[in-house]
Design a protein around this ligand. Structure first.
Ligand code: THU
Length: 138
Protein backbone atom coordinates (compact mmCIF):
# COMPACT_ATOMS: atom_id res chain seq x y z
CA UNK A 1 0.00 0.00 0.00
CA UNK A 2 1.51 3.39 -0.96
CA UNK A 3 1.23 6.64 0.99
CA UNK A 4 -1.79 7.88 -0.95
CA UNK A 5 -3.83 4.71 -0.47
CA UNK A 6 -2.82 4.71 3.21
CA UNK A 7 -4.16 8.26 3.48
CA UNK A 8 -7.40 7.24 1.75
CA UNK A 9 -7.73 4.31 4.14
CA UNK A 10 -7.81 6.74 7.09
CA UNK A 11 -11.16 8.19 6.00
CA UNK A 12 -12.52 5.32 3.87
CA UNK A 13 -14.58 3.62 6.55
CA UNK A 14 -16.26 6.83 7.76
CA UNK A 15 -16.99 8.01 4.22
CA UNK A 16 -18.37 4.65 3.09
CA UNK A 17 -20.54 4.50 6.20
CA UNK A 18 -21.90 7.97 5.36
CA UNK A 19 -22.73 6.80 1.82
CA UNK A 20 -24.51 3.72 3.17
CA UNK A 21 -26.50 5.86 5.62
CA UNK A 22 -27.47 8.22 2.78
CA UNK A 23 -28.53 5.20 0.70
CA UNK A 24 -31.29 4.57 3.24
CA UNK A 25 -32.78 7.99 2.38
CA UNK A 26 -33.06 7.17 -1.34
CA UNK A 27 -36.42 7.79 -2.97
CA UNK A 28 -36.44 5.07 -5.61
CA UNK A 29 -39.97 3.64 -5.95
CA UNK A 30 -39.59 3.03 -9.70
CA UNK A 31 -36.23 1.31 -10.07
CA UNK A 32 -36.01 0.19 -6.44
CA UNK A 33 -32.27 0.77 -6.90
CA UNK A 34 -31.16 2.83 -3.95
CA UNK A 35 -27.91 4.79 -4.15
CA UNK A 36 -26.07 6.74 -1.48
CA UNK A 37 -23.13 9.10 -1.92
CA UNK A 38 -20.89 10.97 0.50
CA UNK A 39 -18.66 13.80 -0.59
CA UNK A 40 -15.66 14.63 1.59
CA UNK A 41 -14.63 18.27 1.16
CA UNK A 42 -11.17 19.74 1.60
CA UNK A 43 -12.13 21.23 4.97
CA UNK A 44 -13.18 17.80 6.26
CA UNK A 45 -16.94 18.30 5.99
CA UNK A 46 -18.97 15.40 4.58
CA UNK A 47 -22.08 16.10 2.47
CA UNK A 48 -24.48 13.28 1.60
CA UNK A 49 -26.70 12.57 -1.36
CA UNK A 50 -29.20 9.91 -2.39
CA UNK A 51 -31.03 9.29 -5.64
CA UNK A 52 -34.41 10.98 -5.95
CA UNK A 53 -36.65 9.48 -8.61
CA UNK A 54 -39.69 10.94 -10.32
CA UNK A 55 -42.73 9.57 -12.15
CA UNK A 56 -41.38 11.52 -15.12
CA UNK A 57 -38.34 9.25 -15.19
CA UNK A 58 -36.03 11.76 -16.86
CA UNK A 59 -36.47 14.07 -13.89
CA UNK A 60 -34.72 11.54 -11.63
CA UNK A 61 -31.47 12.75 -10.08
CA UNK A 62 -28.58 10.52 -9.09
CA UNK A 63 -27.14 10.40 -5.58
CA UNK A 64 -23.79 11.90 -6.61
CA UNK A 65 -25.37 14.94 -8.20
CA UNK A 66 -27.67 15.45 -5.21
CA UNK A 67 -24.54 15.46 -3.01
CA UNK A 68 -22.77 17.99 -5.24
CA UNK A 69 -25.80 20.25 -5.54
CA UNK A 70 -26.57 20.06 -1.80
CA UNK A 71 -22.98 20.98 -1.00
CA UNK A 72 -23.01 23.95 -3.38
CA UNK A 73 -26.42 25.12 -2.16
CA UNK A 74 -25.23 24.95 1.46
CA UNK A 75 -22.28 27.16 0.57
CA UNK A 76 -19.90 24.34 1.47
CA UNK A 77 -18.50 23.29 -1.92
CA UNK A 78 -16.66 25.87 -3.99
CA UNK A 79 -13.45 26.08 -5.98
CA UNK A 80 -11.86 27.20 -2.67
CA UNK A 81 -13.18 24.13 -0.84
CA UNK A 82 -13.20 21.37 -3.46
CA UNK A 83 -14.02 17.69 -2.99
CA UNK A 84 -11.27 15.58 -1.48
CA UNK A 85 -12.94 12.19 -2.06
CA UNK A 86 -16.26 10.62 -2.94
CA UNK A 87 -17.77 7.43 -1.57
CA UNK A 88 -20.72 5.90 -3.36
CA UNK A 89 -22.66 2.67 -3.13
CA UNK A 90 -22.63 2.07 -6.91
CA UNK A 91 -20.35 3.05 -9.77
CA UNK A 92 -21.11 6.64 -10.81
CA UNK A 93 -22.71 7.20 -14.21
CA UNK A 94 -21.00 9.39 -16.82
CA UNK A 95 -23.32 12.34 -16.19
CA UNK A 96 -22.31 12.38 -12.52
CA UNK A 97 -18.64 12.05 -13.46
CA UNK A 98 -18.98 15.12 -15.67
CA UNK A 99 -20.63 17.07 -12.82
CA UNK A 100 -17.92 15.98 -10.36
CA UNK A 101 -15.28 17.06 -12.89
CA UNK A 102 -16.60 20.61 -12.68
CA UNK A 103 -15.26 20.81 -9.13
CA UNK A 104 -12.67 18.05 -8.84
CA UNK A 105 -9.58 17.00 -10.73
CA UNK A 106 -8.62 13.68 -12.27
CA UNK A 107 -6.96 12.70 -8.98
CA UNK A 108 -10.21 12.64 -6.97
CA UNK A 109 -10.44 9.27 -5.20
CA UNK A 110 -13.78 7.55 -5.84
CA UNK A 111 -14.49 4.80 -3.32
CA UNK A 112 -17.14 2.41 -4.52
CA UNK A 113 -18.67 0.20 -1.84
CA UNK A 114 -18.14 -3.39 -2.88
CA UNK A 115 -20.72 -6.07 -2.33
CA UNK A 116 -18.19 -8.78 -3.10
CA UNK A 117 -15.94 -8.50 -0.04
CA UNK A 118 -13.17 -6.53 -1.75
CA UNK A 119 -10.28 -5.56 0.53
CA UNK A 120 -11.48 -2.80 2.87
CA UNK A 121 -15.03 -3.25 1.56
CA UNK A 122 -14.51 -0.89 -1.36
CA UNK A 123 -12.97 -0.54 -4.80
CA UNK A 124 -10.79 2.51 -5.34
CA UNK A 125 -10.90 4.45 -8.60
CA UNK A 126 -9.78 7.91 -9.59
CA UNK A 127 -12.08 10.35 -11.36
CA UNK A 128 -9.70 10.61 -14.31
CA UNK A 129 -9.78 6.84 -14.86
CA UNK A 130 -13.58 6.76 -14.84
CA UNK A 131 -13.90 9.83 -17.10
CA UNK A 132 -10.62 10.35 -18.98
CA UNK A 133 -11.97 13.14 -21.19
CA UNK A 134 -14.02 15.95 -19.66
CA UNK A 135 -16.27 18.25 -21.66
CA UNK A 136 -15.11 21.85 -21.21
CA UNK A 137 -16.30 25.08 -22.81
CA UNK A 138 -12.74 26.38 -22.85
N1 THU B 1 -28.27 6.25 -10.05
C1 THU B 1 -27.54 7.01 -9.18
O1 THU B 1 -28.05 7.46 -8.15
N2 THU B 1 -26.23 7.22 -9.47
C2 THU B 1 -25.60 6.78 -10.59
O2 THU B 1 -24.46 7.17 -10.83
C3 THU B 1 -26.28 5.88 -11.48
C4 THU B 1 -27.73 5.69 -11.27
C5 THU B 1 -29.69 6.03 -9.76
C6 THU B 1 -30.62 6.75 -10.68
C7 THU B 1 -31.87 5.89 -10.58
O3 THU B 1 -32.66 6.37 -9.51
C8 THU B 1 -31.36 4.52 -10.23
O4 THU B 1 -30.00 4.67 -9.87
C9 THU B 1 -31.46 3.52 -11.37
O5 THU B 1 -30.86 4.00 -12.51
Amino acid sequence: MNTLTQLIDTYAEKLLQAAKTAQKQAYAPYSEFRVGAALLLADGEIVNGCNVENASYGATVCAERVAVWSAVAAGKLSPQNPPKALAVTALPCALCLQVLSEFAGADLPVLVAAADGAEGGYRLFYLGDLLPQVFRLK
